[in-house]
Design a protein around this ligand. Structure first.
Ligand SMILES: [Fe+2]
Length: 246
């Protein structure tokens, strides 16, 4: 099976469109979305509509999806994130709001092949940035492979009997073969709000037969996404950071 792994789209329809165009000619069997479909960007309904059209699809909710749909009130959000969430709540169609609100909480096991989580498989709102956090998650779970999002950093943490290793995806493509006997936590990066200093949309493909994970970056029309954010009256910072990927 070839899985298309998407995370942290954040209402950025231009970025999602570029990713879907890039994979159109590649064969994938199932789309997997790790949460945060909305929040920050100016096109929540178009992003939810496009995601709902992906079939077959497995999706879980993220922290922004919870606040944007009223599951949580966003008391831990900063002012910019909260303003965008409240704007998103007003803009979502009833059907899309209901669909987002009904997304399951991670972890969810997909086809018996791997687990998916938004933040971590222990706590959907917690972050995995470095090896110590990854090690803590490895110790508290037994998933051989788990895809996660939330940090907006494309990275692969690997646990062998001897060591924990990190592969950070830096440029356009990282091809990584998962080794037998090792466990992995893989973040495909963010489609709509990259935060690793690389403004290109980030996503992953996973081939469960060859056990190869490919993290890929795609250029997209950033200026168009920015002008939609500004025209919508969303905080300027949300547009500015798209250009630098931070
Ligand atoms: Fe996010």
């Amino acid at each position: 099976m070839r899985y298309l792994i998407l995370s942290d789209i954040h209402s950025n329809k231009q970025a999602l469109g570029a990713v879907l165009a890039a994979v159109r000619r590649k064969r994938w069997d199932k789309a997997v979305v790790l949460g945060d479909l909305v929040g920050y960007g100016a096109n929540p309904n178009q992003v939810v509509d496009a995601t709902r059209r992906l079939k077959p699809l497995v999706a879980i909710r993220g922290n922004h999806d919870k606040v944007c749909t009223g599951i949580e009130n966003g008391e831990l959000f900063n002012r910019v994130a909260l303003e965008a969430a409240m704007w998103t709540r007003r803009k979502l169609t009833p059907s899309n709001l209901r669909w987002l609100r009904d997304l399951p909480q991670g972890p969810v096991v997909v086809d018996g092949a791997f687990a998916i989580a938004h933040g971590t498989p222990i706590d959907e709102d917690a972050y995995i940035f470095g090896e110590i956090e990854a090690l803590n998650i490895f110790r508290q779970t037994d998933f051989p492979l788990c895809f996660f999002g939330h940090s907006h950093f494309p990275v692969i943490f690997g646990l062998s009997p001897e060591a924990i290793t990190t592969a950070l995806a830096l440029e356009s493509t990282l091809r990584f073969r998962l080794e037998e006997g090792c466990r992995y936590l893989v973040n495909p990066g963010s489609i709509g709000q990259p935060r690793d200093g690389n403004p290109r949309a980030s996503f992953a493909l996973y081939d469960s037969r060859t056990r190869v994970v490919t993290i890929q970056r795609v250029v997209y029309p950033i200026k168009a996404a920015q002008s939609r954010i500004i025209r919508a009256g969303l905080p300027r910072l949300l547009a500015d950071r798209l250009a630098i990927g931070r």
